[in-house]
Design a protein around this ligand. Structure first.
Ligand code: ADP
Length: 162
């Protein structure tokens, strides 16, 4: 049987239960998921790339099916360099669609052998995003239903009132 892997790219600033749901369900389909933290994002970030990778590494420390890495440059080239042919993305509200559609089309034009696969969010996470988590944490509100313990701790550190 061939070993099937998928690359799950994103900012993961920070990783949330919404991302983890996609990863868990992705593992029902693929033998390995490579979480690829994008270096070239124009978004303002709260956590450095190294901090995001460390958090993801801690969460999946005991799961050899999940690997975390970083990439810059063209995603499709990175996917091929990892011996994979699949980009995994999650879809939440309709608002994600336009953006995801555009990127998927562009990636297809760049390298048609790389396929983008979408998974619909699970109902409880439809409105969960890294940005909303950061806003909530910044206002000192509880985030334990949104992110796992290592991320809760890291957020508390970032927004600690001294
Ligand atoms: P990006 O900066 O590329 O949008 P994100 O880290 O925000 O990266 O998200 C990475 C991927 O995970 C995207 O495909 C996004 O749609 C998906 N995702 C994020 N949050 C959720 C969620 N709550 N449910 C399903 N998919 C999600």
């Amino acid at each position: 049987m061939s070993h099937k892997s998928a690359v799950y790219p994103g900012s993961f600033d920070p990783i949330t239960f919404g991302h983890m749901d996609i990863i868990e369900r992705g593992l029902e389909v693929f033998d390995e998921i490579i979480i690829a933290v994008a270096c070239n994002s124009v978004k303002n970030s709260l956590f450095s790339i190294a901090e995001r990778i460390d958090l993801i590494g801690e969460i999946y420390r005991d799961d050899p099916r999940v690997r975390v890495d970083t990439f810059d440059g063209l995603l499709v080239n990175y996917v091929v360099s990892q011996g994979s042919r699949v980009i995994l993305r999650g879809l939440r509200a309709v608002s994600d669609f336009e953006y995801e559609f555009q990127i998927a089309q562009m990636n297809y034009n760049l390298k048609s052998e790389v396929e983008t696969l979408f998974m619909m969010t699970s109902v409880p996470y439809g409105y969960l995003s890294s940005s909303i988590v950061k806003e909530v944490a910044c206002l000192q509100a509880p985030v334990e239903t949104l992110v796992p313990p290592p991320v809760q701790k890291a957020l508390n550190e970032k927004f600690k009132k001294d």
